[in-house]
Write a new protein. Structure first.
Length: 127
């Protein structure tokens, strides 16, 4: 499994974020809220929305790095392509990868379960 986090695996456009927040299903966890929609592209994509409530710029960037890394390591848990947006909680204190990775794994498994029940499963192309 390719573990790189490629540019095509990022949600970048404002209209994509707007669609995720308007139409997406929300899964809430103590560290973050995950919004998800079945993806139209060939691969799952991740978008991060980290507001100033999370902390100063150093803390916000640390949170983004941790979330991207946790997603990169565990994206194989997604059984079908989807768009994800993660909004970290301002109450999230433990900024270590070992602390966030189990929550990310649980969130991605739950997202896969919900998406396979909502529609047909399409595998992500490895290219």
């Amino acid at each position: 499994m390719d573990q790189r986090f490629r540019p095509r695996e990022r949600v970048k456009l404002q209209r994509d974020f707007d669609r995720l927040f308007k139409e997406g299903r929300a899964l809430r966890y103590p560290e973050f809220t995950l919004r998800l929609l079945p993806g139209a592209s060939g691969c799952s994509r991740l978008g991060l929305s980290v507001g100033k409530r999370v902390g100063n710029a150093v803390r916000r960037n640390r949170v983004k790095r941790l979330l991207r890394e946790a997603f990169r390591r565990n994206k194989a848990l997604l059984t079908c392509p989807c768009d994800l947006a993660i909004v970290p909680s301002s109450r999230w204190q433990d900024l270590r990868l070992a602390a966030i990775e189990p929550t990310m794994q649980r969130a991605l498994r739950e997202a896969s379960r919900l998406l396979t029940h909502d529609g047909e499963t399409r595998p992500c192309d490895p290219a």
